[in-house]
Write a protein that binds this ligand. Sequence first.
Ligand code: AMP
Ligand code: MG
Length: 412
Amino acid sequence: MKQNISLEEAQDTLLTNITLPEESKIPLIDALGKILSQDIVSQHNIPFFDRSPVDGYALLTSDTVNATPAQPVRVKVLEEIPAGYVATSKVIPGTTVKVMTGAPIPEGADVVVKYEEVERQGGFISVFEPLKFQENVVYAGEDVKIGEVVAKKGIVVSPALVGLLAGMGIASVPVYHPVKVGILSTGDELISIGEALRPGKIYDSNRYTLQARCLELGVEPVMLGTVMDRQDQVTDRIREGMKHANVFITTGGVSVGDYDVIQDALQELGAEILFWKVDIKPGSPILAAVKDGKLIIGLSGNPVAALLTFDLLVVPMLKKMMGREKYLYSKIQGTMRDGFKKSSEKRRFLRARLLMENGNTLVKLTGIQNNSALKSMMECNIFVDVPAGSGPLNPGDVVSAHVMGNIDYIDA
Ligand code: AMP
Ligand code: MG
């Protein structure tokens, strides 16, 4: 077992121990938000046929070369084609076919002139100027070409992709099965919301934080409940959970105290311990183990540490397990708006939010930075990465940060 390893080494260890879920084809609309498990190759040109993007008349450019307002060219209207129908006549010199938006371009025609640009008299139209070759003609395959990869394996199926696939006539889509994440809280002090508060007890909030985060991420939480700081209870609950989940997250009981039973419980279960303790603050006591190809990650019970280390370490791993093409967080730089008084002997992550002020990227700390102040996670969308051995941070210092959510810059 490795101990006191860097965040990067811990991350690599988790990423190399994952297994991808199974895949299957599911109905198109059910694929929304899921991850594509195969590239989608178009069997068609989109549009399927050359079509008119306007209401107008399809004709030959060569007929209009000498057209002027004083001496317009007259051509004969052969028929009228709404969207959804095909012309029966071929356009030859001196003739035209009236087409509606979305109608196929009749054979022979190479241009469409808009209604409002011609004059109709009985069975004829007058054209007043030379037309440009291929104007108002949308060619087959302009949007998507036959054989083109329209969506790559590993992307999240979006509403636009659902529409694109529907436009190609695709009824079922290959996606990965959802990753099932077993969530277990441990601690004698924990009671459930809804129960009356008793002296010395606290509500188990971690199970909800992690359940919510899993739902937001698009993985399926499997709630294994709350157990006491008892080795046998932890072992039993995880053993039972093995039937229902592919990866496990526990909170609490991973430090060095007398009641920190997770490590012994995992050993009793026959799991191989991969590492214990990561050199970061907060949340350094992290334990990772693997049993029958399934990862078990024990996080500190501290509400902030649990969520921060879940985001920092577990989310990239879950994204990779989901089959997502991009699973690592991005890094950005910004200027500290506020100071941070403490020195950082260990590498430290601060909860912060990225702001825009007069075009500059500012980093605003989102509240007090102690381990249990979960409120500071609410506005947080970046974790400032303060290197080990840093002194206090001053306003104006440039820092680097890990991007944790979607960055929707807000004004200072
Ligand atoms: P531990 O990691 O077990 O040493 O717990 C660290 C701190 O987090 C203690 O103050 C615990 O009471 C608290 N804590 C542990 N588990 C939870 C939980 N599920 N929800 C809220 N707080 C917790
Ligand atoms: Mg505890």
